[in-house]
Design a protein around this ligand. Structure first.
Ligand code: PLP
Length: 396
């Protein structure tokens, strides 16, 4: 085996902050530290910077700046969209439609709303994790007040048919929220052009080379939604709390760069991803999770039979490779990922999963290195498994 290298392939978990983004943020952590609500000049500078970032974000989404609200990240945006809409529209009905493959930032607020007397339908998904728009329509009821379907899945990379679901939502006048945390800089978004596809859209800066702890919720003008954070008059009285000015400036710069670079990024990722995919599929008893074509250009998710994901992860880490697994050994019990379970994987297969998500700093050398290291580790772990017998391994 060649020399050990550091290879980060967990960009769906988080990304590094690009130097241009960091440079743009620095003045707002140093000399321009004023509170944007203050009337003196360093306060006004902060306010101007926040509004400039709002313009950058609105431009990237093809939205109006008045429709963009800064939050603390994807989790807050999702919570706001679900709880805010449910409470604002509760006199009209108590039915919410979502999917079982959403991020916990959507699923848990939905579960919470069930404790508040709301009724939630979790739509079925197929073996690739795709939602069928016809199922959305079939699930609609007279008392449906919200549909929430993610734009692309963070674990298996499957892209959902949001424009089609948006058409149905529009026809039935039900607001549609989408968690777009994984798609910024990967799928072009044009909120104005496509009419009323989506009414609310969540995003989070640390997934597209911006800082952590800052995100936004796009809310189409006229959407009924209660406030989530109560307090000061910030964000046009809709989201209280002193603005994270440096974070907002970073988000603005990061989304500008992400959208400028979208096509290039997708092309580069796809090239590397396809080579990695072909190489990994040569490992016996290994399958790709998620849709083979309708998937994000930078996402790969595999299941390896007779292997436990966390052992794989730890051994890859020893070799300098950072990635993630669908199994999490928390509080002593091995819980396989809810996404992998929802697409029908049996627990023992879901537990042997590995997610590799590529990003801007990955190179062809990184792909070579993973293709050199991973098959050896899989072989070693299988040799230790009491269930593994070479004659059972299928060459797919
Ligand atoms: N939604 C999706 C699809 C995500 O992947 C994540 C983060 O992993 C979140 C929401 C939560 O975002 P944040 O980390 O900004 O709270």
């Amino acid at each position: 085996m060649g020399e050990k290298r550091f290879v980060y392939m967990d960009h769906a978990a988080t990304t590094f902050t690009k130097p241009e983004v960091f440079e743009a943020m620095l003045p707002f952590l140093k000399e321009h530290f004023g509170n944007p609500s203050s009337l003196y000049s360093i306060g006004r500078e902060g306010k101007e910077a926040v509004e400039a970032a709002r313009e950058q974000l609105a431009k990237a989404l093809g939205a109006n700046p008045e429709e963009v609200y800064f939050t603390s990240g994807g989790t807050e945006s999702d919570n706001w969209a679900i709880k805010g809409t449910a409470f604002a529209r509760r006199k009209k009905g108590k039915h919410i439609i979502t999917t079982p493959i959403e991020h916990h930032a959507v699923l848990y607020p939905c579960k919470h709303m069930e404790t508040q007397g709301f009724d939630v339908t979790y739509l079925p998904v197929d073996r690739y994790g795709l939602v069928d728009p016809a199922e959305v329509e079939a699930a609609l009821r007279k008392d449906t007040i919200l549909i929430s379907v993610m734009y692309a899945n963070n674990e298996i990379g499957t892209k959902e048919p949001i424009p089609e679901i948006g058409k149905i939502a529009r026809e039935h006048e039900i607001p549609l929220h989408t968690d777009a945390v994984q798609v910024i800089g990967k799928i072009p978004l044009e909120m104005k052009k496509k009419g009323r596809d989506v009414d609310m859209l969540s995003l989070s800066s640390h997934k597209f080379y911006g800082p952590k702890g800052i995100g936004a919720l796009y809310i189409r003008e006229g959407t009924e939604i209660d406030n989530y954070m109560h307090g000061g008059d910030q964000e046009r009285k809709k989201r209280a709390g002193t603005e994270n000015v440096a974070g907002i400036v970073g988000l603005g710069k990061a989304i500008e760069l992400a959208v400028e670079n979208l096509e290039n990024h997708n092309e580069q990722m796809k090239e590397m991803r396809d080579r990695l995919l072909a190489g990994i599929l040569e490992i016996p008893s290994c399958r790709l999770n998620g849709h083979p074509e309708k998937r994000l250009a930078d996402n790969l998710n595999f299941s390896f039979e007779y292997i436990e994901g966390e052992s794989l992860l730890l051994m890859l880490d020893q070799m300098g490779i950072c990635c993630s697994t669908g199994s999490a050994c928390s509080s002593g019990s091995l819980e396989p990922s809810h996404v992998l379970r929802a697409i029908g994987l049996p627990p023992e297969i879901a537990q042997g999963s590995l997610r590799l998500t590529l990003g801007d700093e990955n190179s062809e050398e990184d792909i070579d290195y993973v293709l050199e290291v991973l098959p050896e580790i899989v072989k070693k772990l299988r040799a230790m498994s009491p269930f593994y017998k070479p004659e059972n391994v299928c060459e797919e």
